[in-house]
Design a protein. Sequence first.
Length: 141
Amino acid sequence: MSDSLSLPVSDPSSLQGRLFVAATPIGNLEDVTLRLLRLLRDVDVVLCEDTRVTRKVFDRYVLPVENATGDYRLQQFHQHSLDQEVDRIVRSIQEGRSCVLVTDAGTPCISDPGWRLVDAVREANLPVEVVAGPSAVTAAL
């Protein structure tokens, strides 16, 4: 089953040149937030732990995986791609592109290398915005 939602359009200036760190559903795709769906639809690049896992959210909610020029927007970002990717991503944000960092489930930077990217973006004096969502802590209660 797929849902095509009518989401408000993001103000492009609110996305430009920043990194979003966004929580994803933990186990149930229906726990996704509307804000996350809007970001996934509107940002230039989606940095994922595993593109196959993130692609399930895109497929479920009928989100575009390509940008207007046909480039695939989902990019793998994990421990093995870290060193060569951080500088490239920071440059991309400096050039005005918007990126969202997601993990397979929950909030990035807890048990993955996302914190290194966040540190590099902050060191470059670029904005980082956290997008709240499902929490393993409250789910455990």
